[in-house]
Write a protein that binds this ligand. Structure first.
Ligand code: 3PG
Length: 347
């Protein structure tokens, strides 16, 4: 199955697994991919691809290692050496990718368009984040990416309080030299017990323009259901002075390709806590959804989705929500082993 997906609607009940995309991941394959990203995204991707891979005499492996070692995660916690990366690349043939939309925010509760406005979680949102953490507590997490907005960061941090690995998520501050140096950790052991958290504005919710702060229901009453649905769900029609999904994809998917895929490629297990629309654009890329299919893609707050990155491909394992974990997403051998280790450690 190529462009098709099991079920473009990824609501909480969408637990059935899934498909292996026939597109090996990493940007080169976008040349022949049927992903309908905007031509600008395509150009950016190809441009970056050519910079990161093609220019380096066609040696994909060294390009990936170089790219991974130069990413924004070359930090005091986990600066992997080139040797570590090569080793990890040799050993690893699989990595987990968890995507989670933030829990309910105070403006979700009030039914207001939020977009780039930085609004915290409600109590219900806090609870959703904790529940999400329980659902992913047996999935390894080596790196966390969040948007720069507090609702995504709260969600990531609260979810990690439930994680059985019991490592400490630590936000990396990259804004200036002082922030980088003053955040250094001087114990190798403590670093090992930490998970770097990279915050990136590129993963922020789409900018909702002049709809920000307006009530969604009142907006429907004023402009009509169809118009508002078009603003909210179409691929390329932006809300007034805001970002369309295509514009949001241009930054979010490019960031995913440039910064996150190289980490998965070297075997790092990644969690991304972000937003309805930045995640919709990333899922569109991962699942190769068409501009039509993405219209019906809805993400609930606080529901994690699991992908396995294996042999350069993304396999969606559905959503780890359900009566029994194992019944919902069959563990891969590696995940089963990981879980067994956690069980042994807790006895
Ligand atoms: O920004 C918002 O208002 C929500 O987080 C997402 O809203 P949407 O469902 O209208 O895209």
């Amino acid at each position: 199955m190529d462009a098709a997906v099991c079920n473009p609607s990824l609501g909480p009940s969408s637990s059935s697994s899934c498909y292996v995309s026939s597109r090996p991941s990493f940007c080169p394959d976008l040349r022949r991919s049927s992903v309908r990203l905007s031509s600008e995204v395509f150009k950016v991707k190809i441009g970056r691809l050519e910079r990161s891979l093609c220019r380096s005499s066609g040696n994909k492996l060294s390009a990936v290692i170089a790219s991974a070692s130069q990413t924004s995660v070359s930090d005091p916690i986990s600066t992997p050496s080139r040797n570590d990366l090569s080793d990890s690349l040799k050993k690893s043939n699989e990595a987990s990718l968890i995507l989670i939309r933030h829990g309910e925010s105070l403006w979700n509760e009030k039914n207001l368009f939020t977009g780039s406005v930085d609004v915290p979680l409600t109590k219900k949102g806090v609870e959703e984040a904790i529940q999400a953490g329980k659902r992913i507590s047996n999935i390894p997490v080596d790196m966390i990416y969040t948007s720069s907005l507090i609702r995504a960061q709260m969600t990531a941090m609260l979810a990690m309080t439930e994680h059985r690995q019991q490592k400490v998520p630590i936000i990396l501050h990259d804004e200036n030299e002082r922030a980088r140096t003053w955040g250094r950790i001087f114990s190798e052991e403590t670093k090992k017990q930490s998970i770097p958290v990279v915050t990136a504005w590129q993963l922020n919710e789409r900018m909702y323009g002049e709809l920000q702060g307006l009530n969604k229901q009142e907006t429907v009453e004023r402009y009509g259901k169809e118009q508002v649905h078009e603003w909210r769900r179409s691929y390329d029609i932006p809300p007034p002075n805001g970002e369309s999904l295509a514009m949001c994809a241009q930054r979010a998917v490019t960031y995913f390709c440039d910064e996150i895929e190289p980490q998965l490629f070297i075997g790092k297990n990644v969690m991304i806590a972000a937003h309805g629309n930045s995640l919709r654009s990333i899922i569109m890329y991962l699942d190769k959804l068409t501009t039509q299919e993405v219209i019906s893609l809805e993400l609930s707050t606080g529901v994690p989705l699991l992908y396995i990155f294996k042999e350069g491909r993304f396999v969606r394992r559905g959503s780890p929500v359900g009566p029994t974990e194992a019944g919902v997403y069959a563990y891969t051998g590696k995940l089963a082993q990981y879980r067994q280790k956690l069980d042994e450690m807790s006895h």
